[in-house]
Design a protein. Structure first.
Length: 379
């Protein structure tokens, strides 16, 4: 054991995706963090039998051995890919086209003649970007109703995340490294993921994880190494409301003071006789909730809550300092605006807070989608 003390900044978290659930893999990616260390999470059984004395406990045993991690940090344009995959479960590398459509207006979900599905449409200034789930060749694409004349945009890469509709989302191996010890836990899954943005601050994330029992990492050669990444800040972020996801491209940008969206996956573990470790971990019902704060200068938001209004919501951020288009778009297809309060401080500007719950939108065939644009060709 070392005699040297150290501060939390000398603790590292790293990970990699498992090919087989629960089978540990070597780490590849280090995540810069503001807090978070792997911790054992123990459940115990107590023998409180009476032995004709007043002492309460006679014996105890550990009966379940899990690993927990509460990880927080700043949202950056590269490693956040892994957290988005963990949170939603399904990933598609998209081919990006910038162009104009004729004869008809293309819509999300349209299928081109070659079978490519139009997954997303983003309007940025005077440019319209079309995101397909497979490669399309030639100078145009059509589905018999519309034709898009385009140029392939190779100045950035597009990564789309959707909810994987099963209870066996991807698993990762998490590693914790500090000057005293190195540990890892296989079969790790994200239980909750939260993204927040407040004025005068970075876009931040917090997350909660569960995994199998911690193990000692005996490899002494490991040295943390990080990739330079671009962060997102509130000055780069906006929020839009629309009646549907298709209307978010042209909706007004709303003045917000903070925004929060949380994804909850309600993990459940399975344990068998003969072991204190768990055999498996499953994601259960998928939930979305959040809230935002704005200056109270109209009754529009209050009236939405009173009338049980449903709206599509987009939170997005773009780092204009990047050489390539670097942005993230989080679209909630249908949100129930269900809570509203206002402040009552005599000496401060009155603000209002609106809460929402994400709902599955049958017309869109989704509840939430996340689009990440960056320079990374593949993960």
């Amino acid at each position: 054991m070392t005699n040297e003390a150290f501060i939390g900044r000398k603790s590292a978290i790293w990970l990699w995706k498992e090919e087989t659930r629960g089978q540990a893999v070597a780490p590849v990616v280090y995540i810069p963090k503001t807090s978070g260390v792997l911790q054992p999470s123990l459940e115990t059984a107590t023998d409180d039998s009476w032995y004709w004395v007043i002492d309460e406990n006679y014996d105890n045993f550990v009966t379940k051995n899990l690993t927990q991690l509460d990880l927080e940090g700043i949202v950056r344009n590269w490693f956040i890919w892994y957290l988005f995959l963990w949170a939603l479960g399904k990933y598609t590398k998209c081919t990006v086209f910038k162009g104009t459509a004729s004869w008809w207006t293309p819509a999300r979900g349209d299928v081109a003649d070659n079978g490519a599905v139009l997954k997303k449409i983003i309007i940025k200034g005077s440019d319209t970007y079309y995101f397909f789930d497979k490669t399309v060749t030639g100078t145009s694409v059509s589905n018999g109703t519309w034709t898009i004349t385009w140029t392939v945009d190779e100045t950035f890469n597009a990564h789309l995340f959707e909810v994987l509709q099963n209870n066996n989302h991807p698993t990762f191996t998490l590693y914790d490294d500090d000057p005293v010890a190195a540990s890892y836990a296989p079969y790790c899954m994200i239980d909750s993921f939260e993204l927040t943005c407040a004025v005068e601050d970075y876009v931040r994330f917090s997350s909660s994880w569960l995994g199998k029992q911690m193990q000692a990492n005996e490899d002494p050669t490991v040295t943390p190494a990080y990739t330079d990444e671009l962060p997102f800040t509130a000055s780069m972020a906006w929020v839009r409301f629309a009646d549907t996801e298709a209307g978010l491209n042209t909706a007004d940008e709303l003045c917000m003071q903070n925004f929060r969206i949380a994804i909850n996956k309600n993990l459940a573990d399975s344990q068998c006789f003969g072991d204190t470790d768990v055999a498996a971990i499953y994601n259960q019902q998928f939930g979305i909730e959040g809230d935002f704060e704005a200056i109270y200068n109209s009754t529009t938001l209050r009236d939405m809550a009173l009338s049980s209004t449903k709206k599509a919501i987009r939170f997005y951020a773009e780092n204009a300092n990047a050489e390539t288009l670097t942005a993230l778009y989080i679209d909630v297809m249908k949100a129930w605006l269900n809570e509203w309060t206002k402040t009552d401080n005599n000496n401060e500007i009155i603000r209002q807070t609106m809460g929402f719950v994400g709902q599955y939108d049958n017309a869109a065939g989704a509840s939430i989608e996340i689009l990440l644009l960056n320079w990374v060709t593949s993960y």
